[in-house]
Design a protein around this ligand. Structure first.
Ligand code: COA
Length: 312
């Protein structure tokens, strides 16, 4: 879905979208595809790249706000699709911070010895919950999936360096889908009012995003005994190019260290960081021992940063 496609259905322009967000295209799942289908595809890709089979994974975590069903968990369906029936599988729902929260969770399982290998998939079919009459939100979001496998390294070195996570639920309506939950069950009137779609206060979130990303990134690096000079890659949540650039400026990190792919996908929520990580691997620029800073924010509001030392 290109900016030109939006020009045809809304009062907007390519110039406005590119200058305010950095986005040019987003990808949407076909009508036949649900989140579990995209997630299974990404999971399969990750398994092949790692030279593993589904039975080698001890636990499946899916981060999503667009599950196949309200319940059961999409992770159960993904594990079954992969042929891993019987393995533990569960979802986490913390909006765009899903992967940032899930990564330390996976690392803790591995560190503690509860599981040897944990797969974490970020997946969204946000096109299903967009209000295409609202130019302030519909242009921002896309569909996608990214999968990672966290395992104990052969050398036994600890690759998970540190994390700082946070949430403030005092204003959930800053970014939410109003109806369909226990507070406002779905009604015909709610449907007619578009309350099954995303609503957002963009300006407030913008400020929050930059402050929380920068604040948590600084804390995580300081506690890991690192400075931004030690960081090889910053992989931020891809919500808005201006947010990413403002955060990078305040962290004094050169642009070449920041992974940005927002122009191709828009904001894919919990999928954005694992997709960007996957593309960084494909570019062949991620080396053994590189330090990666993952940082993001999202509905909740929620936010966090994770420092990670890369090891294959
Ligand atoms: N095309 C053209 N004009 C648009 C538009 C669009 N797609 N969307 C909004 N506008 C208009 C607004 O109606 C407003 O017009 P007005 O001044 O006549 O009222 C004007 O542009 C400015 O709107 P504003 O909301 O102040 O723009 P902005 O510079 O803050 O950019 C966002 C809007 C949404 C791009 C920006 O606030 C943002 O990215 N916020 C963070 C959102 C986010 O990251 N959400 C996901 C969290 S994980």
């Amino acid at each position: 879905m290109s900016n030109a496609d939006f020009e045809r259905i809304l009062e907007t322009s390519d110039e406005w979208i590119v200058s305010r967000t950095g986005m040019r295209e987003r990808r949407y799942a076909s009508d036949a595809q649900a989140s579990s289908d995209l997630a299974t595809h990404a999971a399969d890709h990750a398994l092949k790249r790692a030279g593993l089979r589904a039975e080698d994974i001890d636990c499946f975590i899916v981060a999503t706000v667009t599950p196949d069903y309200q319940f059961p968990a999409t992770a159960c369906i993904v594990a079954a699709n992969l042929g891993a029936v019987g393995k533990p599988a569960f979802d986490i729902e913390i909006a765009c911070s899903g992967f940032i929260y899930g990564l330390p969770m996976a690392a803790s399982f591995v560190r503690s010895g509860i599981f040897r290998r944990v797969m974490i998939v970020g997946v969204e079919t946000l096109s299903r919950i967009m209000n295409f009459n609202d130019r302030g939100t519909s242009i921002l979001f896309g569909d996608g999936a990214g999968a990672t496998i966290v395992e104990r390294t052969s050398a036994g070195a600890d690759c998970f360096l540190d994390c700082e996570l946070g949430a403030d639920g005092s204003n959930p309506e800053l970014l939410f889908v109003k109806s369909g939950g226990s507070r406002h069950p779905m009604t015909t009137a709610a449907l007619a009012a578009g309350e099954d779609k995303v609503q957002m206060s963009g300006r407030e979130i913008f400020k929050y995003a930059v402050n929380t990303m920068v604040g948590t990134a600084k804390l995580v690096l300081a506690r890991s005994g690192l400075t931004t000079n030690d960081v090889n890659w910053i992989i931020p949540h891809q919500a808005n190019l201006r947010i990413i650039e403002a955060a990078a400026k305040r962290l004094h990190v050169p642009r070449k260290k920041i992974v940005v792919n927002i122009e191709n996908y828009g904001n894919t929520s919990s999928a954005s960081i694992p997709i960007a990580l996957s593309e960084t691997i494909e570019r062949g620029v991620l080396h053994e021992g590189d330090v990666i800073l993952f940082t993001g924010f999202g509905g909740g509001l929620s936010w966090g940063s994770v420092a990670w030392r890369w090891s294959y």
